[in-house]
Structure formats: C-alpha cells, structure tokens
Write a protein that binds this ligand. Sequence first.
Ligand code: AMP
Length: 395
Amino acid sequence: MLILVLNAGSSSLKYQLMNPKDGQVKATGLCERIGIDGRLVHEVENKKTKKDISMPSHKEAIEIFLDILANGEEKVIDSIEEIQAIGHRVVHGGEYFSSSVVVNEDVIEKLESLIPLAPLHNPANIMGVKIAQQIMPGKPNVAVFDTAFHQTMEASNFMYAVPYEDYKDHGVRKYGFHGTSHYYVSNEAKKMLNKDDSKVIVCHLGNGSSVCAVKDGKSIDTSMGLTPLEGLVMGTRSGDIDAGVLSYLMDKKDMSAQETVNYLNKKSGLLGVSGISSDLREIIEASENGDERAKTTIDMKCNRIKKYICSYAGVLEGVDAICFTAGIGENADLIREKVCSGLEFMGVEIDSEKNKIRNDENREINKESSKTKIYVIPTNEEFVIANDTYNLVKA
Ligand code: AMP
C-alpha cells in the first residue's frame, strides 16, 4: 500500500512515495527547471542523487522519477502498480471544498473556475492531476487543499469590510492557506495537550508564513487572506499593509496594479526591508555583525507574529498552546525567543535552554511554571495528503 504525493508548481514538481498508515517515506524528490533544462534531486534513505536531465514538460518529469522508483539503481518498488493512488497538493479550493476529494470531471471544472483566485498555483496543480491521470490511468487521484481546513471560519472572521456584493458576486473573502500544515500541527498539539477542548495558536513560519487560531481542532481565524499575501512579514511578501500604499506606489513608481501586487509579493518582506536576502539565516548573520537594517527586519518579523498571537489569544478567549513549525519555526530559536518574550503577562514563559535544543521531534520548550505550553512541532503536510488520499480510496 503506497501513495504518491505530488506538489506541482509552474516549473517544479515535488514528490514523495509514502506508506500512508505509518508515514514511512520510501523515496522523495524534487524536479526543477521543468521546461527550461531540467534538474532532479532524488532521495532514498537520506542518500541524495542529483542529475541534470532533460524535462521539457511535467509529463517527462513524472515519467523520469517513476522510472527511477521502479527501475533505478536503488529502486524502491517492483512496479508502478504498487502505487495505489496519487494525492495532490492543491492550493485553492475556494468555498467548494472543506475537505479532500477524489478528483472527477466536476472537481476539475471547479478547480478551473478558481484559477482567478490562485493564478500562480491552481493551473500547475490541475496540470499535475491531468498528467497523473494520463500516465497512470485507472489510479484514483485525490485533491488535498491548502484552504480546506479554514472553511470552518465564521463569516465574522472571514469577511472583509467591503460591500457585501463583492463577497457574493466575486468571492472576495479570507480563505487562508497552509491549512494542511495548520491541521497537522494543531492535531499533534491536541494530542500533546491531551484534551479535546483545546485552544491552540499555530505559527507556520517558513518562506511563506501564517498564523492560525484553532479551537477544538477547528480553524477559527488565520492570517492569510484572499491570497497568501496577507498577514505576517514573509520572505518576499509584505504581509499586512495599508491598501492606500498600493495606489500611492502605483503613482510614485509608475507601476500598474498587477506590477504593484507583484512588487508586494516578490520584492518586499524580509528581502525588501533588509536589502540582503529572503533567507532569514543571512539576515540573522548580518544582524549579528551589526547591520541595523537587518536588526529592524528581524524585529518587524517578530513583532508581527507577536501581534497575531495576542489578537488570536483574544479571539480564542485564552490559549493552551502556541506552536512553532516550518523552516523558521522549527529551526530559529532566536525568533521563538523574541516572539515569546514579553508575553509572560498571558502565561507564556519560554525556557531558553530547552528552546536551544535541536532535534526533529515534537518538543515542549516552555518553563514548568508556564500556564501556556510552547511547542515546536515539525510539520508533515505530505503525511496528511497521503493519509487523506488513502482514507478516500481504500475499499
Ligand atoms: P520553509 O519555507 O519552511 O522551507 O522555510 C524556509 C525559511 O526557513 C528560510 O527563510 C530559512 O532562512 C529559514 N530557516 C531554515 N533554517 C533556519 C535556521 N537555522 N535559522 C533561521 N532560519 C532558518
């Protein structure tokens, strides 16, 4: 019983072959520069193989790694027939999907109708599904959505304060993203807390970052919005900003609306403020070497997270656990320390020594006396995708 997890981007494709019951990963990999030249990184049991190999389209990319899985030097299966189903990460499910679904014609049509809401992601995700159907006919494909977990939000939290017709006619509302990760991490936290009526805040801090307030296992508010641009300061995205800045910048820099949104998505955030990099490690290093702008960038990043934690503690009417996950959340003890310090008034007491310990396990980093737990929980979106896929296709 194996599930192939696919995450198709416009010129890249991540894959993972997994046993959905115990989460055991047979192989994982990344096809990059698809349609340009082609590069493959394939990994089996921590052994990485890198290859430059022609990939004119996603079809060749999938054919290449399937061949390696079944016929390569370190093959992990005897035949593609061992793959029971394919689980796809799909970014936008709009209001149509509040959970994962087996893909059929109707699902594809709905995903296509959502392209205006996710023009960079949904087309590639749909293409991934169609090619998988072509290459592995007869095998079920399941779509797992970044937005689905947040469909439990109440209108009072997902509406924007614009005329109601814009929601009704054009779907203008907060959808939220990173749902698979927020679901996984909050669920792990619920197990660690060992209580059902839990109030959890998940900080998914990666290149893209978002915060989610989870009550009794349900998302009740999250920081990303109609698109993944809203909320925290991210690698290259501004996060929250006065909408007035858009028209002001358009005027001052002679940019179109699309160019301005692109500017806020690709040139802003950590990269834009620091002028150094979108990679937080480089900014931390510069700050340690006395770079004032780098220091301000880090403080901005942490203050924004802190503001969301405090506002979500209010929305939740208390908080049992604050969880950190993804590249920054799992690895950057400095960020966790800065975010949590000063929150003692609401029962949040970080243990600086525990915070510095590094491993891949779920761990508690609060002081014994802390009323609120602070957890580091490595996310595992692929496991959720494989598990949902298995549960939907098993006989
Ligand atoms: P992700 O998108 O989840 O892969 O996370 C990528 C981000 O994690 C980048 O901004 C990295 O700089 C950051 N990151 C990874 N390891 C560390 C670390 N040890 N300290 C600070 N940031 C890190």
